[in-house]
Design a protein around this ligand. Structure first.
Ligand code: OFO
Length: 172
């Protein structure tokens, strides 16, 4: 059974994951209309992943005797000044989400809710990966700068980008 404090905190995280999904969906649309199909597909996939993160929390809250709250979401940014700015925003957002997961883990310990603590470890590991991917992408974008050819190749390769492949090419 969830305490009120942990239920509220988990519901807050449900909103954050849903907003993450919208943020990346908006980024996908912007990239798509700018003609970068690879970046758009990467962002569509990220958006789907965030919805999965949200659903996992929804089911956990309901299964543990709480009530998952589906709430109104803040509107995401829909335009960006550059791809660099967009990926900076993505990185900043993932750092924010990691902080929010850390706070949740902290609350689960305060509440002595070891089931929630155990469940949240999946999110802790996921955030390490998400931050690493975002950091790798930013490194690549910084290398490319204003080079159009570089952006073309980046767009072609981003769909295959994983943390392992990113570190294998020495950019980490
Ligand atoms: Fe849900 O991991 Fe990104 O935000």
């Amino acid at each position: 059974m969830l305490s009120k404090a942990i239920e509220t905190a988990l519901n807050n995280q449900i909103k954050i994951e849903a907003e993450s999904s919208q943020i990346y969906l908006a980024m996908a649309c912007w990239a798509e209309v700018k003609g970068l199909e690879g970046v758009a597909n990467f962002m569509y996939a990220q958006s789907d992943e965030e919805r999965e993160h949200m659903l996992k929390l929804v089911k956990f809250v309901n299964e543990r005797g709480g009530h998952a709250k589906i709430s109104e979401l803040s509107a995401p940014n829909v335009t960006f000044t550059s791809f660099k700015e967009m990926f900076e925003k993505l990185f900043e957002h993932e750092v924010f989400v990691s902080q929010s997961i850390n706070d949740l883990v902290h609350i689960s310990l305060e509440e002595r809710d070891y089931a929630s603590h155990n469940f949240l470890q999946w999110y802790v590991a996921e955030q390490i990966e998400e931050e690493a991917v975002a950091r790798t992408i930013l490194d690549k974008i910084n290398l490319i700068g204003d080079d159009k050819g570089g952006l073309y190749l980046f767009d072609r390769d981003i769909e295959n980008l994983t943390v392992t492949s990113a570190s294998a090419d020495g950019l980490q």
